[in-house]
Design a binder for this molecule. Structure first.
Ligand code: NAD
Ligand code: LMR
Ligand code: MN
Length: 542
């Protein structure tokens, strides 16, 4: 039998003051708690009051993490009542501050697994230790080379895995007893961390090449053996490794890259929502993606797939997509292209003066895209000049500055609405307040993969899908893209985050139906809605 201290210090079974008198007696907790017995509701009132007293977002976050480490049911009961308010605190953008200060703020590992490339023989035992005998169904793993847009943060990047999983549970009811946040500590190329005496990770440069891929492979094989029902989510890997890893595993195991695929489908959903409002046709759009890295190429891929689905030939689909990166517009003879970029390059012969397109403005001027997406990690690049040039040729320009966190966004929603005289259909990566312009209130959708991955994940797990393929991703994008209120002027292109739990469940059901239809489920599932409802976890004391 566990001691009082073991029970009260285990966030998975601690109820704190909600232990009834009978439970206290049976579990040897009598006298180990103040005498009043509270309900879960009363506990959420108390903790929310205390939360509101915290002065800064980082203090709020530290408080919530303490609650998370103390009583997981109470944490999720509270978060489920305040999803939209807590998202920017436990997740983006405040998670970026927590990652930058990981070593200074460190108190507890928050049930994460830390795998070190310096001791690959410890992988199995480390995973077992972190799982503690739990039946793990979902891992979010990062190697932290490209955290949001803030670069390499080494072992501290584990906080993004933890944050993503908090959203999985709060939004979609993924059972928190069945998840494992992880970091692959393969070193860091961040000179600040390498020189910091407080740094908690491996103090050497990133290991690359064969040794890195062998380590990743050993992790995947071991995790698949230990956890036979695993859904493996990759987060914030660097530009070259992210795509290589996804391509290696996506046809073999149930796996997903959030930055490539999650971002691709949320951007597509936002575009479908925008076109519902403008009443324009998808196949008529010209798309420019600025910042053609992991997310940018992922978005281009989903848009390309949608063009194909809507009847365009491969060539016609490609011809509607333009990538712009540091070199300017990407052509087939551009130096330093990634494999992903090569799929969407243009021919210089298409333009009279193609040598001139070395920046975003000249590229926009040449093409006049109807859709402009930013995943460049570079703030202010959607300048007044760029936006006005685009808007001079397009009636309802669709403009999504998606770089995170806040300070890296290519533009603010407010500027975009103002510069286009209210014509732009805008979504941003981080939450944006509504913009009031000329008497109209413009609600701004949040095109963050957090709108998609929880529902997709719930559907994948509920359906026991063997793989996450293009059909499943498209189904998820369409499930979300159809949910805009087109009747109201100034409507957002995506549904609001305070409806996240509702639409995540809808996405999950659609994904499950799709997996059943494709015949890619491991178990025989017939009723999609029931399968989803059956696995949804609720934050309630048993
Ligand atoms: N909203 C979302 O859901 C979401 C999802 C994923 C990524 N993102 C954001 O997108 C950004 C990129 O993430 P990533 O994982 O693709 O990173 P990445 O490093 O893979 O890609 C960034 C790309 O931008 C290019 N770039 C850098 N500076 C540039 C400049 N001045 N001009 C043009 N291109 C430039 C780089 O060369 C690279 O190709 C980040 O800020 C991230 O937070 C947002
Ligand atoms: O983490 C986010 O907010 C979205 C995305 O995965 C990113 O890397 O920016
Ligand atoms: Mn990410």
């Amino acid at each position: 039998m566990k001691t009082a201290q073991e029970i009260l210090n285990d966030p998975f079974c601690n109820k704190g003051t909600a232990f009834t008198l009978e439970e206290r007696k049976a579990l040897n907790l009598t006298g180990a708690l103040p005498s009043v017995v509270q309900t879960l509701e009363e506990q959420t009132v108390q903790t929310y009051k205390e939360y509101q007293r915290k002065a800064t977002d980082l203090e709020k976050r530290v408080y919530l993490m303490t609650l998370f480490n103390t009583n997981r049911i109470l944490f999720y009961a509270l978060m489920s009542r305040h999803v939209a308010e807590f998202m920017p605190i436990v997740y983006d953008p405040t998670v970026a501050d927590a990652i930058r200060q990981y070593d200074e703020l460190f108190m507890k590992p928050q049930d994460a697994a830390f795998l070190s490339i310096d001791s690959p023989d410890d992988i199995e035992q480390s995973l077992k230790n972190a799982a503690g005998g739990r039946d793990i169904r979902l891992i979010v793993v990062t190697d932290a080379e490209e955290i949001l847009g803030i670069g390499d943060w080494g072992v501290g990047g584990v906080a993004i895995s933890i944050g993503k999983l908090m959203v999985y549970t709060a939004a979609a009811g993924i059972n928190p007893n069945q998840v494992l946040p992880m970091v692959l500590d393969v070193g860091t190329d961040n000179p600040k961390l390498l020189a910091d005496p407080l740094y908690l990770g491996n103090r050497h440069l990133r290991v690359r090449g064969e040794k890195y891929y062998d380590f990743v492979d050993k992790f995947v094989i071991t995790a698949e053996q230990l956890f036979p029902h695993l859904y493996l989510h990759w987060e914030d890997f660097g530009r070259s490794n992210a795509a290589t890893i996804l391509e290696k595993y996506q046809d073999r195991i149930t796996t997903f890259n959030d930055d490539i695929q999650g971002t691709g489908i949320v951007a597509l959903a936002g575009i479908l929502g925008a076109l519902n409002i403008s009443k324009e046709k998808f196949v008529d759009q010209r798309v420019m993606v600025f910042g053609a890295g992991t997310a940018g190429v992922g978005i281009a891929t989903q848009i390309y797939e949608e063009f194909l689905q809507q009847g365009l030939s491969k060539d016609d689909a490609r011809n509607r997509i333009y990538l712009v990166d540091k070199q300017g517009m990407l052509f087939d003879d551009t130096v330093g292209l990634t494999d992903g970029q090569k799929r969407f390059t243009r021919h210089r012969a298409e333009f009279a003066d193609a040598t001139a397109f070395t920046d975003l403005y000249s590229s926009v001027k040449a093409v006049h895209p109807s859709i402009l997406i930013g995943t460049s990690t570079t703030p202010h690049m959607f300048s007044e000049q760029v936006v006005k040039e685009m808007a001079s040729a397009v009636n309802r320009p669709v403009i999504f500055p998606l770089s995170n966190p806040t300070e890296l966004a290519e533009a603010t929603a407010e500027d975009l609405i103002r510069w286009t005289d209210g014509r732009a259909l805008v979504a941003t990566g981080i939450p944006s307040a509504p913009v009031v312009y000329n008497g109209v209130t413009y609600d701004i959708g949040q095109a963050n993969n957090a709108l998609m991955y929880p529902g997709l994940g719930l559907g994948v797990i509920a359906s026991t899908a063997k793989i996450v393929n293009q059909s499943l991703l498209s189904a998820a994008a369409h499930a979300l893209g159809g949910m805009v209120d087109t009747s109201k002027s100034g409507a957002a292109v995506l549904p609001p985050v305070d409806k996240l739990t509702e639409f995540s469940e809808h996405i999950a059901v659609v994904v499950t139906e799709n997996a059943i239809k494709q015949g890619i489920t491991k178990e025989k599932i017939t009723d999609a809605r029931k399968a989803v409802e059956n696995i949804k976890w609720q934050p309630k004391y048993s």
